[in-house]
Every structure is written in C-alpha cells, then in structure tokens.
Design a protein around this ligand. Structure first.
Ligand SMILES: NC(=O)c1ccc[n+]([C@@H]2O[C@H](COP(=O)([O-])OP(=O)(O)OC[C@H]3O[C@@H](n4cnc5c(N)ncnc54)[C@H](OP(=O)(O)O)[C@@H]3O)[C@@H](O)[C@H]2O)c1
Length: 299
C-alpha cells in the first residue's frame, strides 16, 4: 500500500484507517519532507498500535524525484492512493518540466508513479486517484465546470503548461478543477487499457481539518475553515478519508468510474459523476487527456 501526501490531512487519515485493517501489512508514506514524514509516522504508529509504516521521500511535483522514489520502493505495492495535491495562486507557477506546479503535483507526478509501477508489473490490484467535485463544477460555490471548445489534446495541453490562462483572467480554482478533470479522464483511459486491475477516481468531498486552506487567499481560507463547516457544506476528516478507503477496499465500486458527491453537493453518498457530466465517459476525451499528459513526460 502506498499513499502520496501521507504526512497530513486526508492522506494521513487514509493511512490511519487502512492500518486499522489487518489485511494491510505495509504502508508506504510517500512524502516530500523527511521531518514531516517522520512526525506523521510516529503519530500513525501511536494512533494505530502498528509499526507497518515506511517513508518514501518523493516530491511529486518533480518527475526525477518521483522516479528516484519509485526505485527505492521494495517489491510491489498492492494498492496506490494518489492523494498529494495543492491549490493556491502560487501553484500556477511553472516547474522545471514546464508545467504548472498545480498540475505537476495533482496529476503529472502521479502519472510517472503509477505508470512506472505498471511498466514494472509492481502494482497489485487497485489505484485510486484523488479527485474533486471541482472537476465537474460546483455552481453553489461559483466554481465553474471545466469547459473546452473541442477537448482536443492540444487544448488540454494548454491547461498543463498554463497557457490556457495567457489570454484569460487567471483562475486557480478553475485550473484545479481542470487538473482533476484531466486526471479523472486519464484514470478512465487506464481502466480501458488494464481490465485486470481497478482504476478509480474518488473525491473525498469538502473535508475539514486539513492544511489545504492554508495557502488560499484570506476570504477563501475563512470560508473553507469556518463558514462552510458551520453551514453544513463540509464533512469531517475521517469521513472524507473513508471515501478513499472505500475506493481501495470496496470491490463494488467500478473501475474507470469517477465517484464524488451528487450534483451541486460537496458531501453525502458517492455518485458516478458520468451521470452528471458525460465528458468523463467519453473515450475520445480520455485518449486526448492521456496524449496531452504524455507530451510533458520525457525520460
Ligand atoms: N480538503 C478538501 O476539501 C478536498 C476536497 C476535494 C479534493 N481534495 C483533494 O484531497 C487531496 C488531499 O488534500 P488535503 O485537503 O488533505 O490537503 P493537505 O492537508 O494540504 O495535504 C496535502 C498533502 O499533499 C502533500 N504534498 C503537497 N505537495 C506535494 C509534493 N510536491 N510532493 C509530495 N507531497 C506533496 C502535502 O505535504 P506537505 O505537508 O509537505 O505540504 C500533504 O501531505 C488533494 O489531492 C486535494 O486536491 C481535498
């Protein structure tokens, strides 16, 4: 079992919940900072009474770091949760690979990680990409649904290198939704290529108790931390993390599907998003997402 971004927030609670299930004998915590990873490991051992956590240092925004981390993982991983993520105005800056930090962290590093495991036949049964309701828009929060002229690989590539916003007002919320949209399409593409394994996108829903709001502009930070929980628009950390645990452990959830909250909601039962936004079921769009992503991955 390997979880990226496992030292904080939802990823750390996924590690805790999975460790409470005896069938998980080893959990890799893939983190970018050794001190934060060691602290999380000690807290997880104390919370679960199990000494099954191994740290893998990996900055998912840096493809060489992902490859180096992959080489240090011993043997196979039975399940992968691609959880590391960022959302902030600063995350629109470009990495050395010429992609937005937002896209590199949420998607591109995970592509190198998962495809590296698949190429070496080191993935067991299931991979879960952590999605977001932002990928199909949330009108209630004025988060726009990603919308493209043709959804071609060329057009999707403009999201990845940030040029989509060259002639538009920067909108990091939309960029986040677009990244999660492309990630969900890529997972559906992989599900078609590998019918022997399960590939799911699952959103934790609007979840409190994480460090995600810390980099947001002040009004959004206040809304995320205080207003939305008070209005009943968010659920607690263990509820959000449990959705991802279900993605790993519940065989009734179907490969290739993006699961998140019902239309215009941010919590509650998981619903197949293809029924809300047919783009996710479109194999041509899935192929285009995969093609656009691979333009930015060089050896
Ligand atoms: N919270 C929500 O309401 C919500 C809703 C929908 C989707 N999500 C998704 O859920 C996932 C987890 O979010 P969260 O709310 O738990 O956020 P969080 O508390 O900020 O945790 C994010 C984790 O990702 C790690 N991370 C960030 N950049 C990284 C990098 N370059 N390399 C390796 N690790 C990196 C962070 O490590 P550091 O401590 O080193 O920064 C941290 O462990 C994200 O994919 C997010 O988009 C969250």
């Amino acid at each position: 079992m390997l979880i990226t971004g496992a030292n904080a927030g939802i990823g750390k609670d996924v590690a805790r919940q999975l460790a409470l299930r005896p069938e998980f004998a080893r959990i890799y915590l893939a983190c970018r900072n050794q001190d934060r990873a060691l602290k999380a490991k000690a807290e997880l051992e104390a919370a679960t009474g199990r000494r099954i956590f191994d740290i893998v240092l990996m900055d998912v925004a840096d493809l060489d770091s992902v490859r180096a981390g992959l080489a240090r993982i011993d043997g196979s991983v039975d399940a992968l949760v691609m959880n590391a993520g960022v959302i902030s105005p600063q995350s629109m800056d470009l990495t050395a690979d010429g992609v937005t930090t937002l896209f590199a962290t949420n998607v591109l590093g995970h592509v190198v990680l998962l495809e590296g495991l698949l190429n070496e036949d080191r993935l067991g049964e299931v991979a879960v990409f952590v999605g977001s309701e932002a990928a199909r828009g949330v009108p209630k929060l004025r988060m726009k649904r990603p919308s493209f002229v043709s959804t071609s690989a060329d057009e999707l590539a403009t999201v990845i290198d940030g040029s989509y916003f060259a002639s538009r007002k920067p909108d990091f919320n939309l960029a986040f939704g677009q990244a999660k949209y492309i990630g969900a399409l890529w997972m559906a593409y992989l599900a078609r290529q590998h019918p022997d394994r399960r590939f799911l996108t699952v959103s934790p829903g609007n979840t409190t108790g994480t460090q995600a709001p810390n980099d947001l502009p002040l009004p959004m930070r206040i809304a995320a931390k205080y207003v939305m929980p008070t209005l009943g628009l968010a659920h607690k950390l263990d509820v959000g993390a449990k959705r991802l645990v279900d993605g790993v452990t519940d065989p009734t959830l179907s490969s290739g599907v993006f699961y998140a909250s019902a239309a215009n909601t941010l919590k509650g039962p998981l619903v197949n998003q293809m029924e809300i936004f047919p783009d996710f079921a479109n194999p041509t769009f899935q192929d285009h997402a995969n093609e656009a992503i691979h333009r930015f991955i060089t050896e």
